[in-house]
Design a protein around this ligand. Sequence first.
Ligand code: GAL
Length: 981
Amino acid sequence: MTLPYYEDPGPGHGALPARAWFRSDAPCIDLTGTWRFHLSDTVAGAPDGCWAPDFDDSGWLDLPVPSSWPMHGHGRPAYTNVVYPFPVEPPHVPTDNPTGDHRRRFTVPANWANVPAVLRFDGVDSCARVWLNGHELGVTRGSRLPAEFDVTGVLRPGAENVLAVRVHQWSSGSYLEDQDMWWLPGIFREVTLLARPAGGVPDLFVHAGYDHRIGTGTLRVDTTADATLTVPDLGLVDAAVNTEHVLGGVRPWTPETPDLYDAVVATATERVRVRIGFRTVAIVDGVLTANGQRIQFRGVNRHEFHPDLGRVVPPETVRAELELMKRHNVNAIRTSHYPPHPLLLDLCDEMGFWVVDECDLETHGFQWFDWRGNPCDDPAWRDALVDRMRRMVERDKNHPCVVMWSLGNEAGVGTNHGAMAQYARERDPDRPLHYEGDRDCRWTDVYSLMYPPVDEVARIGRREEAPTSDPGLDARRRAMPLILCEYAHAMGNGPGGLADYQRVFEQYERCQGGFVWEWLDHGIRQRTSDGREFFAYGGDFGEELHDGNFVVDGLVFPDRTPSPGLTEFAKVVEPVRIEAGPDGSGTLRVTNRYDHRELDHLRFTWVLEEEGHAVADGELPVPQLPPGGHADLDLPQLPRTSGETWLTVRAVLVGDWPWAQAGHVVAWGQLPVRPAPLPSDAWPSGSRPRHGTGGGPGTDRGTVGGGGGGGGVMLGPAVFDPARGTLVELFGLPVDGPRLDVWRAVTDNDCGSRRGVRFAEQWRELGLHRMHHRLVALTYADDAVVVRTRVAAAQQQVGLLVTYRWTADADAVGLQVAVAPDGDWPPVPLPRLGLRMAVPADLDTVDWYGPGPGEAYPDSRCAARVGRWSATVDELQTPYVYPQENGNRVDARWLRLTDRSGTGLLVTGHPVVDFTARRWTSEQLDAARHTTDLVPGDRIHLNLDLGQTGLGSGSCGPEVAERYRLPVAPARFAVTVRPAG
Ligand code: GAL
C-alpha cells in the first residue's frame, strides 16, 4: 500500500533546491496577515477541493499567519518532553490528525509578468501541501526549515491569486521533531512571494576568513551568477566573485567586536545585500579557536516560544531578548533544537553572539526502546535527514555568528548522522560539527556532553576521562575540545553551582564553556475565571500524556522577565573579574576575561560603603589589558571608617551600545575593607520572667510542663504561651512562634530526576514537612526563659532536640537556639534550619543590611552584594511559574519589618541570619500548583534561618554538591529583636 504523502518518510516534494536566505532588491510580496482558516479533526474530513480558487470559504474563520493555531482557540496545545503523544509505529500517524486548511487571496502587480517567482515558507509545523491557483506546488516537511516552490507560470500577475495550504499536525516528520516543547501546529513563520529575476543571483556563499598572524581578511563569494562584488569599506568595487581577495586592514568579527561590512553582489538584474564578518573558526591542538584565540561559550539554549503566540516570536521580542542576553553577559546561543527564525541570525551577527545552529532533528522517544526503530539508523529516512541538514546549512551558511553546525539533539546514533555530517563537511569545511548524542564522537569535531557533574568536567579537562570502546575513536575524542551543550538546569529555583562550572571552564583549556538549559520558561499565559493571570504548563490542557512543568525551566520567565538564575549567570560569567589581589598584597586584581578585546569600552568606578552608606567614591584607572591579562592595582585612597565597610568596583560601559546605554554595569567586585566591629551593646538581659496573670513564677526557679501554667509567661516585652513555649506577643505586636523549622516548599531541583537523588522524596519520607513540636520543658531562671522541645514527625524515631534560651531587657529580646539531632538520622541534608514566626500582615516593608538585592542560596549567591536594601514582602517573592521555595536573603546583619507608620520589629543576626518573609506558609507554597493558588493570608510568615541546603541542578543534572548541603548536626544560632525605628 502506498503511504499518504504526510506519512512518507522521505523529504517533501516539489520544492526548489535549498539556498541562502538573503535580502535582495528584487520585488517581493509579504503574504503574512489575515488568512481564512478551517480546522478538521482528520485528514479525510478536511474539505475536499478547498484549494480551488473559486472554493467558497465564506464560512471559514479568520486566522493570522504566521500563527500556531492552538494559540488562537483552535484545538489545544500539548506538551511532552521525551514521549511521543501518539503510538510509535513510524511512519504512521494517528487518524485523528488535526488538519488546518489555510487560504489567502492576493494580487500581484502586472509588472511581474514574465518574471520568474518563488513562494517561500519559512516554517510550517509539521507538514504542508501547497496549491496556488488550484495548481499543486508540492509538500514540505521539516517544520523549522524553509521551503521554496517555483510559481513561475502559475502565478497570475495583474490578477487575483489564491494560495491554499493544508497543514497536518502529525506527519512522518513528527517522528523527527520530538523536541522537549509544546506540540503546536501551524504556519508559524512568514510566507513570501519573491520575484527571482532572470540573470539574478540564485544563491551565494560568503567565505570570509581572518588571519590573525598577519591581520588580513580573505574574502571569496561563491555564486553561479554572472555577478560582481562590492564592499565599499574595503575598497572593493565591482570585484570578481569566485575569487579570493586578500584584504589588509580588516576588523575581524567576534561576538565582542561584531564588525560587519556591507557588501553587494550584483548582476544586471539583481542586487543582493549581505553583511560580511571576517573570522576563522578552527580547532587547533584540541582547542576551539576563533581568529587564533581560544573561545569560551557563556551560552544559553534558546527555544522559540512566546507565551501568547506559541512558536511565533515577534521581531521586537527577539531583539529585546537578545539585548537582555547581552546585558547579562551571554555570548553564545545554541538554537535548541532546530534552526531559528532567520532574523535571529541577522541579529546575532549584528549584536555579537556565537551560534550553534542545530538541525531540526530529535527522535528522543525511541530511547524508550533502546533506540530500536530509530529513524536515524534506518535507510528509509536517510534522504529526509540529509535534506534537513542541507536546508539548514544552505539557509544559514553566510552568517559569521554560526560557529558550528549541530546534527540535532537526542536522536540516538545512526548511519544517517554520518550522511548528514558528510553533507555539511563537504559543503562547508570551515565550520566544526557538533552532536551530543554520540559518545564516540564519530561524526563530530567537538566532544559534547549534557549535565555532567563538575568533577567529571574537570577530569575531562585533565584528559583523564574513561576511554570509549574503540581505541581509534577514543584517541580522536581525547584530542577534542569539550563543550557542555546543556548544563545547569534552570528549572524553577536554580540552577545552583554555576560558579563551580565556571571555575573549571577557566581552569582547563579544553573545557570551553557551555550552554545553560535553558533561556526561557515555555509557560502559556492563561487567566483564572476571575481574571487573574498565570502561566500554564503540561497537563493544563487535558493532555493524555504530558510532562508537567518540565517545560518551564528557563533563566527568564515566559514573559521574558529575568529570574534570579539569570542575574547569577551574568555575575558568574562576567567578562571582567574584579577581586582582591594576592593575599596580603592589599591590591585589587582586574582580569580581562574577554576572548578577543581589551577593556577600552569600559571605565571603572568605585564606591566605599560603611554599613551600606556611601562614604566616598571615584574612578579607578585601569591599564589596557590583553584578553586573559590581569593587573594588580593599588586601592584608591580611602577615608577611615569604623563600621563594616566594603569597596565596590564596577566596570561600566563608556558609551552607548545597541543593547545597553553608557553606564551599564558589565562586571563588579566587592572587597571587604573593614569587618563588622564586635557588637558594642550587651546581649539583652536583666528582665525577670513573670506570669502575666499575676502570681506566677516570680523570681523562683521552676518548670512549667506542657499545658501547665495558665496565663502568659512574660519576659520583658515578650509574652509566651506557656502551653507551647512560643511567643504570642512581642513589643505589643501579636505574633506566633518562633519555633524550629526545617521545611521548605520543595524546588524542582529538590525533586530530582529519574537518574539522580531525590531529596524531596527523602524529606517527605522523613516527614520534615509535618513535624510535631513537643514541649519538653519550659523553665525560667532569674533572667531567662528556657524552652526545650523535641521536634519530630509522626511515625519517626529520629528528631531534633531544641533549646530556646530567651533573655530580655526593656528594649530588646535575645534568643539563643541550640539544636541537637536525636536518634539515628539517615545521611540526608535538611532543607533548612531556622525559626519560623508569624507577624501582623501590615509589617510588609522589609529593609535589611547584607547581601542583596535578590534572592540567594548557598550555591547561587555570587550576584548578591552587601548593601542596604528595601523591598515589600510582595517584592521579596520570586513568582516561579510552578510555586516553590524562593525569595531567601542570606547573611543579613539585620532586617527590619515595618508597617506604614514605621512600627515593627528589628531583627539582628549574631552575626548574621538568612530570612524569607511571605504572606503564605511554606506548606501553602508547597501545595500550590500555579501562582494564582497563592492567596495572601492575614499574617506574614517570617523565617529566620541559620541556613538552607543549596539548589543544585537535580531536576535534570547533578544534585546540589555536598558542600552546599545542610547536614543534620548540632547547631547554634542567635538573634535579637528590638522594636523598629
Ligand atoms: C535535555 C534535552 C532538552 C531538555 C532538557 C531538560 O536532555 O536535550 O531538550 O529536555 O534535557 O529540560
